[in-house]
Design a protein around this ligand. Sequence first.
Ligand code: FRU
Length: 473
Amino acid sequence: QYWTAERLNLPYDQWSKASVDQLKTKVRDSKWRLGYHIQPESGLLNDPNGFSYYNHQWHLFYQSFPFGPVHGLKSWAHLVSPDLIHWQDVHQPMIPDSSNDRNGCYSGSALPINDQLFLMYTGNIWDNGVRKAKQNGAFVNQDNQITKLAHPLIDQPSEGITGNFRDPQIIKHANYYYAIIGAQTDNRRGEILVYRSKYLDHGWYYYRKLDIGTNDLGYMVECPNLVFIDGRPVIIFCPQGMSHKHLKYANKYPNTYIVGKDFNWDKMKFINPSKIQQLDNGFESYATQAINAPDGRVLEVSWIGMPDLEEPDAEDGWTNALSLVRELSLDGEQLTQKPAAENKGLSDHELKSINGMEVPKQCLLDFAPTENKGSQFAITSGESHLLIDVDDDNNRLTLHRLNKNGNEEQRIINMDTAKVSDCQIYLDNSLFEIYINGGEKLMSGRVFFSHSVINATWIDCQAVELTQLKKLN
Ligand code: FRU
């Protein structure tokens, strides 16, 4: 076995440049590479981190293990963009090189402070086989150089909380900085803890639990984000081991949200919280990071992947990707997720759409089911496919995925299918995002077709439109 514990934890400066270059060459030849989504140049990508707008550009980091397609010692890769679609890696990652993060720079967030960008992240530490966590800080300057603070901002509480204490989201409200942190109690229950400080680089103390109206948050909460849409609080989080009694989800780990009518900052409490809902009804979507952007929009980006999953791209030395950036809005207690307006810049040209035709590897397929009649839309390749079945008899929309390995899986949305008026599929070779009714529902994931030619076919659909999208990578 190549990935021994020693290799997974080898300090970054002990990997030779030649071995990384060799891996990058192999990755470039992979037939699963994406055209317009963020993907790793080599190795593994997971959570989006530090999404922010600073120094006249967007910044987005991600959890990275650049030496192989496995969950090894994590760093933060750093990308910048003028427009949320063209992303460039600045090649100055934040690497785990301090005693406060020696077993990984885990997930976190960013906040512009004066002329610097402040990062808050979790230092993962293994101490004689026991996991420990520290919440650390770092500043990014205008040349994208990262300087870590020498002292942790928040130590793991000495009692009550295990070393699963991570993924701080830093936000500012009135006179305080707040950190919203995912945690696990000693009796293995998930919680969201709030710390605060007046000073940012010191003076942090435990404030309260975040009260989102339910105590059943599985055995661990990962990646909590609190955002405000039209003044209403929305918490987006991953409650691992969440009971199926409260939420029927088919993925191994759920990616969820709760909306409140209002928020009480003194009590850190949601007023009239909604029930918990799924953020994405597809196969792979996790660790979403959402922000109140300075332009007034609420933006989100997700990991198109899942913990404990091995995909065929890993055979080529890389794995996983990030979603398009999406804009969030509220419709009652439901989140609507649309690709951010900038994604229109991905459109290349319109193609004539003929049933059964071959489609480009990077394309946008837009279709509407015929009124009051079941309809199907499929992207097929040899015996593999991605198929959307709108079943009006049972008010059920089913996404079927048959990968090249012959593995057939489904994800189902129970909804009023008569109201399904518009579906958009962003296809990017081995990744898809399906927006139903302008983002009322979202289904994302990967698809590994058996052949290189892919065709679009449909039954009882109207106004099918096909747009070739740009290849940016
Ligand atoms: C979620 C997660 C986070 C953690 C990071 C480590 O996918 O487990 O909780 O900070 O990944 O890479």
